[in-house]
Design a protein around this ligand. Structure first.
Ligand code: GN1
Ligand code: MG
Length: 361
């Protein structure tokens, strides 16, 4: 048999309705590769994904988590909304592994949806917030056992600072001198990264099955109506905190500038977007949240935006091995943009907290 090594050849090994005859790169994501696949004389399309084994070393765990989460959510939704559906291989297995250990899988492509890097309007922020809130509620009664911890200490912010200090110490790519100011800013904020981990460790914040990468582009919106259709990218669904998801939504929905915006004057957290996001999210998730979670909602945005900036900065110092870059310095730009957003959130923190209090009253 010929070596199976192109995306088209991988696609052909899945149980598609007919032979794949159209395949194109599908944009999005910093780690995995996606391809849109069409099949001969067949209207349905599929999403072929290659999951990077350097970042996700245990393919079986990812697919077990996804299978459990998908079965639970699909049953609870009862067909009322679309949800990601895996297509098995022709041999009936859920995925393939290649020689490098990367995982290949296929999802049915959800048609008629758009994917946005940031919220285009308050209505979109509210819809995406509702979708992530509903997803958390759907997972709240996921039967045991505990989901696999796909990437240990994924949102353990103190560990992310520790990794930054190591990257600074090693200065592997010789880039420290040119970004010392950014490193100094990050390290001066370290205490802001403590409260969620401290709350989980003390038991005040419950560990829950959450998305862990709830950025705007991971919520599909109906292209015609703008309604949220489906939460996607389930690779990091694992034990965590609802606050991680709300924080990632604040990071990506309050500002229209791209994640790597170089003009830092554009990094402004918009209070109207915040109000819409908080209304949409709390409207859906309020019933499962405890007081400690509610108290830290606004801080979660600061913390996750800071943590993400710290991760980008560490990777810049390490030489860009984790997050894919399209130009030199992109991870540093991403880090600086996150930190600018942190500053904007901090100056508006009490306004945002008042907004939450009003929604809850
Ligand atoms: C990565 O690969 P992607 O785009 O889904 C990262 C997230 C970051 C995000 C920043 C496994 O997500 O944690 O928040 O980039 N995923 C992983 O955009 O590290
Ligand atoms: Mg992701």
């Amino acid at each position: 048999m010929a070596a199976v090594d192109t995306p088209q050849q991988y696609a052909a090994r899945f149980a598609l309705p007919s032979a794949p005859d159209r395949i194109e790169s599908f944009p999005g994501g910093h780690i995995n590769d996606s391809y849109l696949v069409g099949c001969a004389a067949h209207p349905e399309r599929f999403l072929l994904q290659r999951v990077n084994s350097e970042v996700f070393p245990k393919p079986a765990w990812i697919m077990e988590n996804i299978a459990r989460v998908s079965a639970h959510v699909t049953e609870k939704l009862g067909g009322s909304q679309p949800f990601l559906q895996l297509v098995p291989t022709q041999d009936g297995t859920p995925y393939l592994s290649d020689e490098s250990g990367d995982l290949w899988r296929v999802y049915a492509f959800i048609e008629g949806a758009t994917m946005k890097e940031s919220a285009g309007s308050p209505a979109e922020a509210a819809e995406a917030g509702r979708a992530v809130g509903e997803f958390q509620v759907l997972l709240a009664d996921l039967p045991g056992p505990r989901l696999h911890e796909i990437i240990p200490q994924f949102h353990h912010t103190p560990s992310r600072f520790q990794a930054l200090r190591q990257a600074v110490h090693a200065d592997a790519a010789g880039r420290l001198a040119a970004c010392q100011d950014t490193v100094d800013f990050a390290l001066s904020c370290e205490e802001l990264g403590l409260p969620i981990v401290a709350g989980i460790e003390s038991g005040a914040i419950p560990e829950r099955a959450v998305h862990n990468d709830a950025k705007m582009s991971n919520v599909l919106l109906d292209a015609a109506s703008g309604e949220a259709l489906c939460v996607v990218d389930l690779d990091t669904v694992m034990p965590g905190s609802t606050l991680y998801d709300f924080g990632d939504m604040m990071r990506t929905m309050l500002c229209a500038a791209p994640e790597d915006e170089q003009d830092l004057s554009k990094l402004h957290a918009d209070p109207t977007m915040f109000a819409a996001l908080a209304e949409g999210y709390l409207g859906a998730a309020r019933s499962i949240l405890n007081q400690a979670e509610l108290d830290l909602l606004v801080h979660a945005g600061v913390l996750i935006t800071l943590e993400t900036g710290v991760r980008f900065l560490s990777d810049h110092l390490d030489g860009d091995h984790y997050f894919r870059v399209h130009r030199e310095g992109q991870n540093l730009d991403r880090a600086r943009a996150q930190f600018a957003l942190v500053r904007s959130m901090l100056t508006q923190r009490s306004d945002f907290e008042a907004c939450v209090a009003q929604i809850l009253s």
